[in-house]
Design a protein around this ligand. Structure first.
Ligand SMILES: [Zn+2]
Length: 141
């Protein structure tokens, strides 16, 4: 990948302050805390994926992208409801999230934002305590 990496090896991965917990009706009546678990998982694992991708070439990124898309397309239900492919689908989600973090403006999904370079409107810049990579003024430190 040929892109700037101004946030350091782990990028900027933060909980989106604008995220709203889905209502019970939106969750199909489930109360299994899936949303919360996905958020915590991505906040913990996405920085590692971003770091792993730091020196990956375009061919490697494309291979990982295709594998993640195929895994989620085939076993996304296991990610949400459990099953034999839950671990691999969860890894595929983190891989996709890490790849998208390198896009302009990063990625925001499941109440988590990840990016690798400073950009306008970055939720990481709004955290008053700042992330490890962002100061209180929203600029990289
Ligand atoms: Zn950002």
């Amino acid at each position: 990948m040929t892109m700037r990496k101004e946030y350091g090896p782990f990028g900027c991965v933060v909980l989106d302050p604008d995220w709203a917990q889905p209502s019970r009706a939106q969750r199909g009546g489930r109360d299994d805390r899936f949303d919360e678990r996905v958020r915590l998982y991505l906040v913990g694992v996405a920085p590692l994926v971003i770091a792993e991708l730091r020196n990956a070439g375009p061919g490697e990124v494309e291979r990982l992208r295709v594998e993640a898309a195929n895994e989620l397309g085939s076993h996304g239900d296991d990610l949400q409801y459990g099953g034999r492919h839950q671990a691999s689908s969860r890894t595929a989600l983190a891989t996709g999230f890490g790849i998208l973090a390198y896009a302009d403006g990063g990625v925001t999904a499941f109440g988590v934002h990840a990016c690798t370079t400073p950009h306008e409107g970055c939720p990481g810049a709004r955290h008053s305590a700042g992330s490890p990579a962002v100061g209180g003024d929203g600029r990289p430190i």
